[in-house]
Design a binder for this molecule. Structure first.
Ligand code: ADP
Ligand code: MG
Length: 333
């Protein structure tokens, strides 16, 4: 009897160890933080392939940065910007086509040729208000209509292409492809203000406090398997003569958008769309921004400088306000 008890205990112990090892293997957690694309990237990945995936994520973002950076002379974007006509990879051609569609559908509020205007403002460095004559001259050379794509050949008649509004979202799409091809259960990857929530399990996602530091949120909602991007006027900015100047520009004027918004968050299956539309909808304002988000099947959250929160229709009831100084207005049409 005693012997049976001992055997039973031994078998139970072996099973328990096997379960722990099995669980440890398949739910192995790996995290990393690194700097690329002029921002911090944080990845937390869970699953059997988590270690190798984290390495692949880092390589992927660095490769993408080398492809899209207009400050890197060797990038494909610089190739176009410097020579007006260039043969580009199929990948870059695809991204450019998708972005031109957003430029058109936003009525030019989103414009990927504002590179030289952003350079004049030089947000994040020694920023100052540019000389008006110079600003208007550079602005007159911008316009997404100056880009044409034929096969793998891109022509840019004037202006400088800038992926500043979308590179981080594109990174999320490429990271998702890596995760899909690996044994991964769930992951959260943030590339600056764009976050990929990967996996079936719903995760509570905080909406950043536009007036507080990066870790503080003012509202939350449950999300699974999606991309969330936020554009805010608090990101890169400076003050001169008591006025705040920030990095999201109105392509009509060349000046920072001044429409009462402080941040816009977009939720989309596509990282490219969420990132591009967070910028586009910021420029368009609540009414037209809501229309654009709806046209792309996205959800949107607009926060005004006076702490009011407007949303697209279906998420109005999903948002939980966690800071009572904010008022949820919800959907208004
Ligand atoms: P962040 O870079 O903080 O994630 P955004 O995604 O909103 O913020 O992108 C802002 C960047 O996009 C700017 O720094 C600039 O490079 C570029 N940009 C500014 N205004 C526009 C615009 N109207 N359309 C397209 N790109 C823009
Ligand atoms: Mg953006």
């Amino acid at each position: 009897m005693k012997k049976i008890g001992t055997i039973f205990a031994a078998v139970a112990t072996v099973i328990l160890i096997a379960v722990i090892v099995w669980d440890g293997y398949f739910n192995k957690n790996t995290s990393t933080d690194f700097f690329a694309m002029d921002t911090v990237i944080s990845a937390s990945v869970s699953g059997a392939d988590s270690e190798i995936c984290v390495e692949k994520i880092e390589a992927c973002v660095n490769n993408l940065d080398a492809l899209l950076s207009r400050h890197d002379e060797k990038s494909e974007i610089s190739k176009i910007n410097n020579s007006s006509i260039a043969t580009v990879s199929e990948k870059l051609g695809g991204y450019l086509s998708s972005l031109l569609d957003i430029c058109q559908k936003s009525g030019g509020a989103f414009d990927i040729t504002l590179g030289a205007v952003s350079d004049l403002w030089s947000f994040g460095k020694n920023a100052s208000i540019p000389d008006e004559t110079e600003l208007q001259k550079v602005l007159s050379e911008c316009g997404y209509e100056n880009i044409s794509i034929s096969g793998n050949t891109v022509t840019l008649s004037s202006g400088k292409i800038d992926f500043g509004a979308v590179g981080k979202g594109i990174a999320l799409d490429e990271i998702r492809t890596i995760l899909d091809a690996s044994k991964i259960n769930e992951a959260t990857v943030s590339v600056g203000g764009s976050v990929l929530i990967y996996g079936k399990e719903a995760v509570k996602v905080g909406i950043r406090d536009p007036y507080g530091n990066a870790g503080r949120s003012i509202a939350s909602l449950l999300l699974s398997d999606t991309c969330v991007s936020t554009s805010g006027s608090y990101e890169r900015h400076f003050e001169e003569n008591g006025k705040r100047y920030h990095h999201i520009l109105n392509p009509k004027t060349g000046y920072p958008v001044d429409n009462g918004l402080i941040s816009v968050t977009i939720i989309s299956d596509s990282g490219l769309v969420s990132d591009a539309l967070s910028t586009a909808c910021f420029v368009l304002g609540i009414e037209k921004g809501t229309e654009l988000a709806e046209a792309y099947g996205c959800e949107a959250i607009f926060i005004t400088e006076s702490k009011q929160i407007y949303t697209t229709e279906s998420i109005a009831s999903e948002i939980e306000i966690t800071d009572s100084s904010y008022t949820l207005i919800g959907y208004e049409n």
